[in-house]
Structures are given as structure tokens and as C-alpha cells.
Design a protein around this ligand. Structure first.
Ligand code: AVI
Length: 364
């Protein structure tokens, strides 16, 4: 891999295919009630619309998190320590990363992971130009799927996973715990997780943030249907659906929906999907946490809380966790078990080939 400014960046391309998109999209519309995974928002247009959302005056999340990072950058980078590899999930434009890269002591490499290839490449190239000789190892992938992280040329002292923007709020709490546990399995004890989490607050602030007056969030939501028309030849008439975002206080989450304006049928990939008037497709949950509830969730998933930073209006939180010595992940338990068995077999002098085969099938 070349890392000279302006040189070509080698992409680790594990992007989902349009066949994945088609099958998951159709499966979601056959569910009762209908729902689609929010990762499908981020095609090129969707990623650009999301960048626009981040600039909206009503969408306090991005600027509040950026301010927290900015105001506490020395302390944050001191906790991350020198010579780390910075792995960013959902890196987008990588704008918050620049704050970190400007202050981290001799970082070894930056590994941005994003599902939108053009966005990822543009950001990786810009950072490559500005932070030479930092090694940039972009991965285009759905980070919910198994993936192997690229290995930097220089050995880092630790890995720090950066997961900003409160994207963890887009998982249901049980999935969030499973995902945090999975991140822990990417790490060694002592590695770090720097994560942005939106906080519970008044319904009015939340409602405004997801129902902006310029209609950018509505366009972002409706872009899912536009994408299905373009990529899999679906026949959605966009004007016959409207955006709805409501705060469900009991569950502490914003729910985004697309609401059918009339009774209608849509054809996609030879399948016909019927909609009643006012029937909805759930397109996203955005959970808002209490500070201590999030720490407890992460703690149960293998992370020890080190420090939390919160803005003066208590809108948003940024946490730094350290990976515990032991993470009770089911796969990890199987791996330990297999390793122990392998050792025993070696001692007995017998072949351990079948264990390795099984391990390969568990951890391809
Ligand atoms: C990416 N994610 C954290 C955003 C959120 O606030 O849940 C996505 C978004 N949806 C509507 N506006 C922004």
C-alpha cells in the first residue's frame, strides 16, 4: 500500500452487493409491520443528504458532539495514548476524525470503515493528502457483517475504535449490547472505544431534530424508495409516501417511518407488495440514552468505563471505555474452548487438524 500524499489508496472492498440489497429490501417489506434496515439510507445521495442533516440548525447532535470533542481534545487524546491505530465505524466525511488526528501522538494508522464507497474514498484520499505519513487503510463494508481489519505496517501500542454520531442509537438495545460485545472481540484488553451517544431530553428538541423545516430529513427518508426504484427497478411513486418521525418516550427512541398516503401496490423484482392507506414502513429507530444506562450496557458487553464528557446543556455524551480482560462472547468462549482442546491434543501428540477446520468455519 502506498501512502504518499496524492498517491492511490488501496481499498479493502467488502461492500454488500445489490443482490443483498434486493433480498433484504423485499424481506423487510414482507414483514408485519413492514420495516427496512437503516443502513440502506447510505447510498451516495443518502450519504450526501445525511451530511446536509448534520449541518441543520435543528440537528444538534453533530455540532454538540464536535464541541465536546473540541473542548476536551487534549484529555481524550491523552487517554487514547501514543502510537494507536484509529478504527472509525461509519466514517462518512471523517470530519470529527481530523480533530483526533490533529492531536493524537504519532498515530500508526487510520482505518475508516463505511458502507458508501464514493464517500469513503473521497474522505480517505483527503486525509491521505493532509496527514502523510499516516497509513490510511479504508474498508468499504457493512460493519454489521463479519470482517477482518487490515493490519498496519507499523505495530500499534493499542487499537482505539471511534464510533461517533450516536449511530449506536440506531441499534435496538439488545442488538447494541451484542454489537458492543462484537467490537470487544476485535480488541485486546486495554484497547479503547471512543463512542458518541445521544442523551434523553425533551420531546420538542427531539421532534425538531428529526422533522426539520427544510425537509432534508424527509428527503433522506424518502431516498430509500428512490434507491429501490433505481437499483432494483421498484415502482414506488414517491409522492404517495410521506416522512414521519415521532418520539416514543416509553422506549426512549425516535421512530422514523414512511407512511403510505393511499391504498397502493408496488412491484419490485417481480413481487407485488400491497400497502393500505396510512400503513407505515419503519425505517429507523434512534435510541436516546441516560448516561449511566449506556455505561451499564457497555459494561455488560465487555467494556470498562474510563471517562464520560457531556456538554453544558446535557444534550450529548462522549464516552471512553477500555476493553476488559475478559469478554463473555459466545464465539470467543468457543474459540477459547477450541484452543484449549487443541493444546491438549498437541500434548497428546495427536493431530489437531479437525479443530482448526472447525475454527476456520467459526472464524472464516
Ligand atoms: C446516523 N444516525 C445516528 C442518525 C440519527 O440521528 O439517528 C441518522 C438520522 N436519521 C435521521 N436524521 C439523522
Amino acid at each position: 500500500m502506498k501512502t504518499e500524499p496524492g498517491s492511490e489508496i488501496v481499498l479493502n472492498d467488502l461492500a454488500p452487493t445489490s443482490a443483498n440489497f434486493q433480498s433484504e429490501f423485499i424481506a423487510g417489506l414482507k414483514r408485519h409491520p413492514k420495516s427496512l434496515p437503516c443502513k440502506f439510507f447510505y447510498d451516495e445521495r443518502g450519504s450526501t443528504l445525511f451530511d446536509d442533516i448534520c449541518e441543520l440548525k435543528e440537528y444538534y447532535l453533530t455540532r454538540t458532539e464536535t464541541k465536546i470533542l473540541h473542548d476536551n481534545i487534549e484529555e481524550i487524546c491523552a487517554i487514547c495514548g501514543s502510537d494507536c491505530v484509529l478504527v472509525e465505524l461509519g466514517s462518512g466525511k471523517s470530519s470529527k476524525t481530523r480533530l483526533l488526528l490533529d492531536h493524537l501522538e504519532t498515530p500508526v494508522a487510520y482505518v475508516p470503515i463505511d458502507i458508501s464507497r464514493p464517500h469513503l474514498l473521497r474522505a480517505a484520499e483527503a486525509i491521505n493528502g493532509d496527514y502523510f505519513p499516516l497509513q490510511i487503510l479504508p474498508v468499504c463494508a457493512d460493519y454489521n457483517q463479519p470482517l477482518t481489519l487490515p493490519v498496519p505496517a507499523r505495530i500499534p501500542k493499542r487499537k482505539v475504535i471511534f464510533f461517533p454520531g450516536s449511530t449506536i442509537g440506531n441499534f435496538e438495545p439488545r442488538q447494541a449490547a451484542a454489537f458492543l460485545r462484537r467490537l470487544a472481540t476485535w480488541c485486546q484488553p486495554g484497547d479503547g472505544l471512543l463512542i458518541g451517544v445521544d442523551l434523553q431530553k425533551s420531546r420538542n428538541i427531539l421532534h425538531a431534530a428529526y422533522n426539520d423545516t427544510r425537509g432534508v430529513t424527509a428527503a433522506f427518508n424518502l431516498n430509500l424508495l428512490r434507491r429501490a426504484n433505481r437499483e432494483i427497478g421498484a415502482s414506488f411513486i414517491l409522492e404517495q409516501f410521506r416522512h414521519r418521525a415521532i418520539y416514543d418516550e416509553a422506549n426512549g427512541r425516535i421512530e422514523m417511518h414512511l407512511v403510505s398516503q393511499c391504498q397502493q401496490r408496488v412491484v419490485l423484482a417481480g413481487e407485488e407488495i400491497r400497502f393500505d392507506e396510512e400503513e407505515t414502513i419503519t425505517t429507523e429507530y434512534s435510541y436516546k440514552y441516560r448516561e449511566e444506562a449506556f455505561r451499564a450496557l457497555a459494561s455488560a458487553a465487555g467494556w470498562r468505563a474510563q471517562r464520560t464528557w457531556i456538554d453544558e446543556h446535557r444534550l450529548f455524551s462522549v464516552h471512553y471505555f477500555r476493553r476488559r480482560n475478559f469478554v463473555a462472547h459466545p464465539l470467543e468462549i468457543s474459540r477459547n474452548l477450541l484452543q484449549r482442546r487443541e493444546k491438549t491434543r498437541k500434548i497428546r501428540g495427536s493431530s489437531s487438524q479437525c479443530i482448526r477446520q472447525r475454527e476456520r468455519s467459526l472464524f472464516p
